[in-house]
Design a protein around this ligand. Structure first.
Ligand code: PAF
Length: 252
């Protein structure tokens, strides 16, 4: 696998891929089976698969969360190599924000509710970095997990509004055997918290109404940011210890 850490090196490398179809998976690292399933799909659908790892500081509204975000580059490289990913783009923060974040992408409606309400500024940071990455990679297809459902909708909306040429592919959430959605933040839960966390997706799926789901979650020790039904899904965000988890399930 080719590993590129400088934006300029990346731009030269990208020029050599002119006649190949490109699949792209943007990540913040600490890769798990969810990310690897996106890589697998991209490998199947494209000539070249590119993964980026960049812990994007501008999408963290909470400095504690940014500081504690798990960084496991060596292990990530091992997994990507094993999966035969072609390129890893892992740029430095300074090279991605040469403008000191003075240029930002802002969406004014969808980004204001749910996650946007609880994490002010998060979606500006996310959309800004995704636009930068999509412009640098110029992939045919980019793969996003449905776990971050609002993120997926916003990325699709940005791609349509700004006439970007990358097709956004939504991929189903990968879960452990007890239904817990895989997430890099799960690695910050201890054994007992992990057992508790497994009730979250079960309750989202249950036939209890939203208020009763919230009551059950509180009884189990979660702090609940929201449980709502929207976009034919039931979506939720909870905090366990100091770890914030989000999830959503198909719910008609
Ligand atoms: O979902 C993520 O991991 C991040 O929000 C993304 C899309 C890589 C942008 O930093």
């Amino acid at each position: 696998m080719n590993i590129v850490t400088e934006v300029n090196d990346w731009i030269s490398m990208r020029k050599k891929m002119a006649n190949q179809t490109i699949g792209f998976i943007p990540t913040m690292g600490n890769l798990h089976a969810g990310h690897m399933s996106l890589c697998e799909r991209s490998k199947y659908e494209n000539d070249v698969t590119i993964v980026s790892i960049f812990v994007n500081p501008t999408q963290f509204n909470n400095q504690h969360d940014l500081m504690h975000y798990p960084r496991t580059l060596e292990n990530d490289i091992e997994q990507l190599t094993k999966a035969k990913v072609d390129y890893l783009f892992a740029p430095h923060a300074e090279s991605m924000y040469q403008d000191h974040y003075e240029i930002q992408v802002m969406e004014t409606e969808l980004s204001k509710v749910l996650e946007g309400e609880h994490r002010p500024g998060h979606f500006n940071g996310m959309l800004t970095i995704v636009l930068k990455l999509l412009n640098l990679v110029r992939a045919n297809k980019a793969y996003f997990g449905e776990k971050d459902y609002q993120q997926l909708l916003l990325v699709k909306k940005m791609v349509a509004s700004l006439f970007l040429s990358t097709e956004i592919i939504a991929c189903e959430t990968i879960r452990n055997e007890n239904g817990l959605a895989l997430s890099s933040r799960n690695s910050r839960l201890d054994k007992e918290q992990l057992d508790t966390a497994e009730h979250f997706s079960a309750l989202l799926r249950s036939h209890l109404n939203d208020e009763n789901v919230i009551a059950e979650l509180i009884k189990l020790g979660f702090k609940v940011d929201y449980i709502v039904q929207k976009w034919q899904r039931r979506l939720g965000a909870v905090v366990l210890g100091d770890v914030r988890l989000i999830d959503n399930v198909n719910y008609n």
